[in-house]
Write a protein that binds this ligand. Sequence first.
Ligand code: MG
Length: 268
Amino acid sequence: MLCCIGESDPLQAIAKLKELGVKATQLCPWTPEQLTSEYAAKVKAALADAGVTPTTQFIGFPEESYVDIAAVERTVGFLWEEKLAERIETAKKTIDFAVAVGAPHAAAHIGFVPRDKASPKYQRLLETIRELVDYCAARGLTFVFETGQETAEEMREFIEAIDRPNVGVNFDPANMILYGKDKPIEAVDVLAPWIVSCHCKDGEWPTEEGKLGHETPLGEGQVNIPAFIAKLKSIGYKGVLCVEREGGPDRVGDFLKARALLEKCKAE
Ligand code: MG
């Protein structure tokens, strides 16, 4: 993933991907200043020059915090009522950006889906996401849910409630563990019909109430990466294996080790 390579400037990060021989990348959320058609043209040209294909464009917002469960509940996705109109606007601009650079998917953490389906909060989230899914559909894009903040069954139920064909899942096996929500290998089966992309990320289960678990370099956490790749193969997954590394002092070193591990798993 572009922002996981240890370069803060996206154009330099794309040059770094070229150096590393990376052929495809997901794109992280852009700052409000970057969300323009001029900047999208620059990113598109840089990707073409580097021979890197953009796959999934992530939607995100400046105030989002992943420091603990309470912060995620408060700040992530489309549940913050006062910011909802602004966020829908940003999401649509990000979808336009995805179209401009040629990414076929727009993805987001939508926030914790309320459990009470009759609640106004649940209904509002459903309507908001439908609006964005339809905005994607009109532009030939798939709207993609990143896994993590709910069990696979809960995500499946919400996707079915959205009731639109252009929806998918970006399956992040580590998030299921980090949020203490589900067993990732089994969860692949539940979400298999919708998985269009994935994050190859690893981590350890939370040990403290209200906290997230710890992310680790790929292969060093509790996902069981060889079993995850074997499971993706078994469902016929043909998408990109996208390395995501959100912490640690040596992003490039961790990426290179992750790529070697994935190549070994793919060959098995
Ligand atoms: Mg992820």
